[in-house]
Design a protein around this ligand. Structure first.
Ligand code: AMP
Length: 281
């Protein structure tokens, strides 16, 4: 496994693979890797000839400087995990390498910018759009791997790929969870013991809402019930709990037979922000 910090370095090695007609799988990450990331890596290794993992904590997608500063960074451990998994290249640029000057280009993903994550993290998807576009241009992957855990990000990137005609295939990998249902996340390591004990409520509330909906309950009533559940715990701050049409991410009030739906949620537990989602049918 080669660890490469520069754009020129990674372009050079990948040009050789491309000349041989090999396919290149890219798994973009911000590091602090866990089994969820490794599920993406495994899919890439099994489907693509060459696997590149990028590790870059992208400052332009953080709307909160404190969140950026305390984001976990565990590079040595990450590299050991990737080497054991059989990754070929790890691209580890620093901020100057990715942003020699501040990007002035702004993406506007329309409705995706103003709902759910877009609403609670202004500018977040613009930063995601910029860094992902840069990575696509630098790596020129054949396949890219993203997690369902960040469902709205998947919708944003699908749009980016279509609107900018990136010639690649996006593979979406189901969410890996801890035994108690908590979605694996780099931010979980920041949870205090007490906060970790409360965290399963995120998946439990999604599962309960899904069950109620499928039993025929009205979304309005289901949502009210879940909001009340969160209000019982002063350490929890529910940001949103919404039923959405899962391709457009448009907020919905009822299910129908032809669309696919998901329930999406974000909450703060003792100041740490967690997101999760569950497909309904
Ligand atoms: P991050 O490092 O948080 O930016 O995540 C990098 C990629 O891993 C994104 O495509 C995430 O959606 C994906 N990912 C994060 N957590 C999980 C998980 N628990 N299961 C599956 N994929 C995940």
């Amino acid at each position: 496994m080669k660890v490469i910090p520069t754009k020129e370095g990674i372009k050079q090695v990948l040009a050789r693979h491309r000349a041989l007609g090999q396919t290149i799988g890219l798994v973009p990450t911000m590091g602090a890797l866990h089994d969820g990331h490794l599920a993406l890596v495994k899919q890439s290794i099994s489907a693509s000839d060459v696997t590149v993992v990028s590790i870059f904590v992208n400052p332009t997608q953080f709307n909160d400087t404190q969140d950026l500063e305390r984001y976990p960074r565990t590079l040595d451990k990450d590299l050991a995990l990737l080497e054991a998994a059989g990754v070929d290249y790890v691209f580890v640029p620093d901020v100057m390498e990715m942003y020699p000057e501040q990007a002035v280009l702004k993406f506007d993903f329309g409705r995706l910018e103003t709902t759910l994550e877009g609403e609670f993290r202004p500018g977040h998807f613009n930063g995601v759009g910029i860094v992902v576009s840069k990575l696509f241009h630098i790596i020129q992957p054949t396949q890219v791997y993203f997690g369902q855990k960040d469902l709205q990000q998947v919708a944003v990137i699908r749009r980016l790929i279509r609107d900018l005609s990136f010639d690649l295939e996006m593979v979406v990998v189901p969410t890996l969870r801890e035994e108690d249902g908590l979605a694996m996340s780099s931010r979980n390591t920041l949870l205090s013991k007490e906060a970790r004990a409360l965290a399963p409520i995120v998946y439990e509330s999604l599962s309960r809402a899904k069950d109620e909906l499928l039993k025929g309950a009205k979304w309005f009533d289901v949502k009210k019930q879940i909001e009340a559940l969160y209000r019982e715990q002063p350490k929890l701050r529910l940001e949103y709990f919404e039923l959405v049409q899962s391709d457009s991410m448009e907020i919905a009030q009822t299910l129908n037979d032809h669309d696919s739906f998901a329930i999406c949620t974000a909450c703060g537990i003792d100041g740490i922000r967690l997101i999760d989602n569950l497909f309904v049918a």
